[in-house]
Write a protein that binds this ligand. Structure first.
Ligand SMILES: [Zn+2]
Length: 199
């Protein structure tokens, strides 16, 4: 990256760390910032700082939130008898975009992955079981991704939840194996929630 000033190089390097951003795109973004006016650049910088300062995990479901409880947990209109279990907060965003789910969520913040040293205690599984013991849930929809780790996590959860006498369903596998919930088109995601089956 010769020919660039140090600050330009610095910005390109930061952009290039982002997912899906290759060196060419990183350069293009850095030039965009350079050409944009002070207010626009300042607004972007403030938005980046703010998201880190203001965002935390919901005390109930581990969704991203700027308050103790997230928007969904505070929404009186949501059906608290159905809890949809997902891997990450991004999955909630994907499902919410479909507008077809009225229940509430529980985010595990990962999947079981023995090879990477991630065991049950590293995920929000104990919290889920405590929620189910004390709450009004009648059905748990397991919406972990249809890949090896997501399936292993689903099986683990099914074994834990069934003895509690709560109906457990798994999203339909119309979703291609190995596809992340995040990247599925909305129609397929709606179908996989509607077509969930009891396990
Ligand atoms: Zn919440």
């Amino acid at each position: 990256m010769s020919g660039y000033t140090e600050s330009m190089r610095n910005l390109i390097e930061e952009f290039a760390k982002m997912p899906g951003i290759g060196p060419k795109t990183a350069e293009r973004l850095a030039f965009y910032i350079l050409k944009t006016n002070r207010e626009t650049a300042g607004a972007l910088a403030r938005a980046i700082v703010r998201i880190k300062e203001a965002t935390r995990f919901c005390a109930v479901c581990n969704n991203l939130s700027e308050q103790d409880r997230c928007d969904i947990c505070r929404d009186q209109k949501r059906d608290t008898s159905v809890i949809c279990v997902v891997e990450n907060p991004e999955d909630i965003a994907s499902i919410e975009k479909t507008g077809s789910f009225q229940g509430i969520y529980h985010v595990l913040l990962g999947t079981l992955s023995p090879l990477n040293g991630v065991g049950p205690d590293d995920l929000k599984i104990k919290d889920l079981i405590a929620r189910l013991r004390n709450g009004a849930a009648k059905e748990v929809i397991i919406a972990t991704n249809p890949d090896t780790e997501g399936e292993a996590t689903a099986l683990y959860l099914i074994r834990l939840i069934k003895p509690l006498g709560i109906k457990v369903t798994r999203i339909a596998s119309g979703i291609p194996m190995g596809t992340n919930l995040e990247y599925i088109d909305q129609a397929s995601l709606i179908k996989s929630i509607e077509g969930r089956h009891q396990v």
